[in-house]
Ligand binder design. Structure first.
Ligand SMILES: Nc1nc2c(ncn2[C@@H]2O[C@H](COP(=O)(O)OP(=O)(O)OP(=O)(O)O)[C@@H](O)[C@H]2O)c(=O)[nH]1
Ligand SMILES: [Mg+2]
Length: 466
């Protein structure tokens, strides 16, 4: 996990909220202090931290809690929204749409040019690696991509890009003899028109010197990039803001790519510092491999940082819906595998109390993406009523030990309840499957265990007839 330290502290803070008895000023103050500590430890600028926490506090104390959520959920939501705002300033750009637009213009004969993304930055920030990552990212999305190295400064630069591109099966343009980046680009300009996207790697320097600015301005005039991305290494921490601003002022940077977020606790500083300049973060590099690369979307990033979609919110809701004793009792039975039909009914009933099943599904890691059909979830809810009737027609023994239910008993229960035998058989099947699944759930199951269980459920769901 990127920014693991920050993520763990923030998750810990949110857990404190879910465990607290009331949401009061004391809790809010504690929360604000915790968030401040977590962000400062990740090297986020003090002033920015204070601004953020002031906003959180003001909203938490003054805002009316919407009817659909409880106070705790509201508070967690404020933290989430404010962190997203914090990281997400600046315009959003749909790269793929822009690339397609340009391709359409080309097809209509209105331009001959491909869409061009130029990468700039200091020595070793990750420009060449990122050129490969970006090419891979867009190629996977079906865009005809080429890369070109205009780094005539470092002798091995062309070889490095060539090797990367060859591994990715991406067309690469290099000229190891040419010493002038502008001439080099012009030499290939015509050939580049065959592509929908061209990514231009440039040379770095160890500081934003006049020499570098002059060189970049010259390349810039020739290339006329649609986007100029500044590549910054996360380990520069808060200094990212100054550098982003300086590059932005001198070379009209349209976006920032932060690399090496996998390797530093200072990443929080770099990320946030950049997000507040006029050059927003567009992509992040999270490892050395070509696939260690993501489009930066504040909502998703903050969600993962806080562990949303995680079990916390669900557990919190569960705690409200069924008492702790009931939960312990039920989980003990589940573990021994001797939970019966009444328990299954109670379990479904408790799930019903949690709210619409589709909302509950969203809270379980991995389940939100499962695309469970709506009808299926609605059916599940309708079933509870029918099950109640079926159970009313059963004997105590049958309820406690459903394995004794033979075919003749099935006929009897169905007649007595007015519910079809198919429905009853379905219920018994779900009971047996739940019993098996519950055995997999051990106390203190880790998130990975849960994921595994969800995967198993996913496999089984296909076979379950709801
Ligand atoms: N861990 C990690 N390493 C990275 C990441 N991005 C780049 N690197 C490494 O950083 C080092 C420098 O990367 P380059 O792509 O050569 O940097 P550059 O900006 O092209 O450097 P110059 O051409 O010398 O200016 C390499 O060893 C890369 O493997 C990342 O996201 N995570
Ligand atoms: Mg390079």
């Amino acid at each position: 996990m990127v920014l693991e330290g920050l993520s763990n502290s923030l998750k810990g803070t949110l857990q404190k909220i879910t465990k607290a008895l009331f949401v009061d000023e004391k809790l809010i103050n504690e929360l604000v202090k915790d968030i401040q500590r977590a962000l400062l430890q990740s090297d986020v600028n003090v002033k920015l931290v204070l601004d953020l926490t002031k906003k959180i506090k003001e909203r938490a104390l003054n805002e009316e809690v919407p009817k659909t959520v409880n106070k705790k959920e509201h508070l967690i939501n404020i933290v989430y929204e404010e962190l997203v705002n914090f990281l997400g300033r600046g315009e959003k750009l749909d790269h793929q749409a822009r690339i397609s637009e340009k391709r359409d213009l080309k097809e209509k004969g209105k331009t001959t040019e491909p869409y061009k993304i130029m990468l700039v930055g200091l020595f070793g920030s990750g420009k060449t690696t990122t050129t490969g990552k970006l090419a891979n990212y867009f190629k996977k999305r079906g865009i005809k991509t080429a890369v070109i190295s205009t780094d005539t400064w470092r002798p091995a630069a062309a070889d490095q890009l060539e090797q990367l591109a060859n591994n990715l099966n991406v067309q690469v343009f290099i000229d190891k003899k040419e010493k002038d980046p502008v001439k080099l680009y012009k030499k290939f300009e015509k050939e580049l028109e065959k592509y929908d996207l061209v990514i231009i790697d440039t040379a770095g320097r160890d500081a934003l010197s006049d020499e570098l600015i002059t060189e970049l301005n010259a390349i810039n005039k020739t290339v006329k990039p649609d986007e100029t991305m500044l590549v910054l290494s996360a380990d520069i921490g808060q200094a990212a803001e100054k550098q982003a601003q300086a590059f932005h002022d001198n070379c009209k940077v349209s976006g920032v790519i932060i690399t090496k977020l996998d390797g530093t606790a200072k990443g929080g500083g770099a990320l946030i510092a950049c997000a507040v300049t006029g050059a927003p973060v567009k992509f992040i590099g999270v490892g050395e491999k070509t696939d260690d690369f993501e489009e930066f979307k504040p909502e998703g990033f903050v969600g993962r940082l806080l562990g949303m979609g995680d079990l916390e919110a669900l557990l919190e809701k569960t705690r409200e819906a069924i008492s702790e004793e009931e939960a312990i009792d039920m989980s003990k039975k589940m573990l021994k595998g001797d939970f019966n039909l009444i328990d299954l009914y109670e379990q479904m009933h408790a799930m019903k109390k949690l709210g619409p099943l589709n909302k509950v599904v969203d809270l379980i890691p991995g389940m939100g993406n499962m695309n469970i059909p709506k009808e299926l979830i609605q059916n599940q809810e309708g079933k509870i009523e029918k099950w109640k009737h079926l159970m009313n027609s059963m004997t105590k023994n049958e309820l406690e030990d459903p394995d004794v239910i033979t075919n003749t008993r099935i006929e009897r229960i169905s007649k007595g309840s007015g519910i079809s035998t198919t429905e009853l058989r379905g219920m018994l099947k779900q009971y047996r499957q739940s019993k098996k699944l519950m055995k997999l759930l051990k106390p203190g199951a880790s998130e990975r265990d849960m994921q595994k269980m969800v995967q198993k459920m996913q496999g089984k769901m296909g076979g379950v007839k709801f």
